[in-house]
Design a protein around this ligand. Structure first.
Ligand code: FAD
Length: 450
């Protein structure tokens, strides 16, 4: 590969609090994202390279990486591969399903986010061959690469739940906020009806890794508040089913949620994983250490098991042993996001087999690191950047209040505003961030403002 002249030092990612200041400071601050200064500085020092870079997946991670690369490289052939015409801001699904935002809120188009100078191949990738260094699309097109970024997210495995029928989401009390904007909206219609009648509401999370592990908890809190506001909380029983012995992977957060659930009268069952559902009879079956247990429901929020997409599971890229092997997550170094066996491959976003971080917030901190390592490799140097596992979750605990939970690989709480936005307090400002500021900040991230 042709070596390019050295580039002036890459801009280090901005301090986290600058990003969040944009959120906390209101919409005005978001119109001029703080990263703009760094972006402008980088614009004058682009790396010349003829490298072919293929990015599989044009979701949060793929688009962000494409934008960062387009800004830092000149002459590179950057190709995004994704058949999906619509782009979904998935953190908005919880808001739609909670009756807080309209059905169209999460939806935009892929086209409007594809950066100038990047080719978008609107086809699904069918095969990744890391030995031959090419990706084959479903239509048989072969895309050779010098570097590959795999950013194809994850697969929702509804079929793993016996009796589950995705077409029935939105009927007979069967809700699912993860499926799509349409089904999130249909779930809101069910929740609203439930809040008018009461009954048994069942909540759960899967036994696999999942994106945004806070979302199942948020939805239980939102349901509780809708019932209270309509004066029907006393007529409802809410049951949260945890997949293991905790409510959240960070112990202090888990304990806080346990206390809040107790305060709100939300019953918790531990060590329960949904294995089957009978939508006609409204019965959910869970595996438990004592054998199968059934729960009747009037309303349920089904969150399915999640795995790496088939494209990845059927490739040589996943872990071969350890906790990320069974579901096919990609074997990358947790700090550089670079593949352990194929150094010209990176995985960013949900598909990466790292201990934390299946959130859009993680993408914001992963993408600049992976891109910097890729650009350094083009130059024949090493990147000093390292991803520490940062992820965050604005955990809605009632309508109008949320807790901003930020943590890293080691379960350390890493608050961006120590002493100002307390991580375990239910605050209005965090609610405003979640419901007003995060979507524009996310869209800005897709366009490379990180
Ligand atoms: C209900 C819900 C609530 C959430 N709440 C939050 C939150 O509050 N905060 C937060 O930070 N995050 C939240 N998230 C998580 C966040 O949305 C994801 O972590 C983020 O979108 C991951 O980005 P990604 O690019 O890895 O995957 P995605 O954004 O899902 O993009 C994957 C892309 O890959 C494409 N693709 C798949 N297969 C192929 C193939 N074979 N070939 C080509 N392309 C392919 C898909 O079409 C898609 O465009 C939430 C998610 C959900 C569902």
């Amino acid at each position: 590969m042709k070596q390019a002249p050295p580039l002036s030092r890459a801009p280090a990612p901005l301090p986290r609090r600058d990003f969040l200041k944009g959120c906390a400071g209101g919409l005005g601050a978001l119109l001029l994202p703080p990263a703009l200064a760094a972006d402008t500085a980088a614009a004058g020092a682009r790396e010349r390279t003829p490298a072919r870079i293929v990015i599989v997946g044009a979701g949060a991670a793929g688009l962000t990486c494409a934008s960062l690369l387009a800004r830092r490289l000149e002459g590179a052939r950057i190709t995004l591969v994704d058949a999906r015409q619509a782009h979904y801001y998935q953190p908005g699904y919880t808001l739609v399903a909670g009756g807080i935002k309209p059905a169209g809120y999460p939806v935009s188009t892929t086209r409007e986010h594809v950066p100038a100078g990047v080719e978008w191949v609107a086809e699904a990738a069918a095969e990744i061959d890391p030995e031959a260094r090419h990706v084959t699309t479903r239509a048989g097109r072969i895309l050779p690469y010098d570097f590959l970024i795999v950013a194809c997210g994850l697969e929702l495995d509804y079929a793993a739940i016996d009796g589950m029928d995705e077409a029935r989401i939105g009927q007979d009390g069967l809700g699912s906020i993860y499926h799509s904007p349409e089904k999130a909206s249909a779930t809101w219609a069910l929740l609203s009806r439930f809040a008018d009648t009461g009954g048994v509401g069942v909540f759960l999370r899967p036994g696999t890794e999942m994106k945004c592990a806070g979302a199942p908890l948020k939805y239980a809190f939102i349901t509780d508040d809708h019932l209270r506001r309509r004066g029907l909380r006393g007529k409802a029983e809410l049951i949260y089913n945890a997949n293991n012995k905790v409510l959240f992977s960070v112990p202090i957060v888990s304990e806080k949620v346990r206390m809040l659930f107790e305060d709100r009268g939300i019953e918790v069952h531990y060590d329960r994983i949904l294995t089957a559902i009978d939508p006609g009879r409204r019965i959910a079956t869970f595996s438990t250490p004592d054998g199968p247990a059934q729960l009747g429901y009037d309303f349920i929020n089904v969150i399915p098991p999640m795995r790496a997409p088939g494209l990845v599971r059927q490739s040589p890229l996943p872990w071969r042993e350890g906790p990320y092997a069974a579901d096919g997550w990609i074997q990358v170094d947790p700090h550089s996001l670079r593949h352990v066996r194929y150094p010209e491959i990176f995985a960013v976003g949900d598909v990466a087999g790292v201990p934390k971080g299946k959130t859009a917030a993680s993408v914001k901190w992963q993408a600049p690191v992976a891109v910097d390592h890729l650009v350094a490799a083009l130059r024949g140097t090493e990147s000093p950047l390292s991803y520490d596992g940062y992820t965050s979750c604005p955990l809605i605990t009632r309508l109008g209040r949320a807790m901003l939970v930020e943590f890293d690989y080691r379960n350390n709480l890493v608050p961006s505003f120590p002493g100002v936005v307390a991580p375990l307090e239910e605050l209005w400002v965090t609610w405003v961030m979640k419901t007003m500021a995060l979507k524009p900040t996310y869209i800005s991230m897709l366009h490379g403002h990180v």
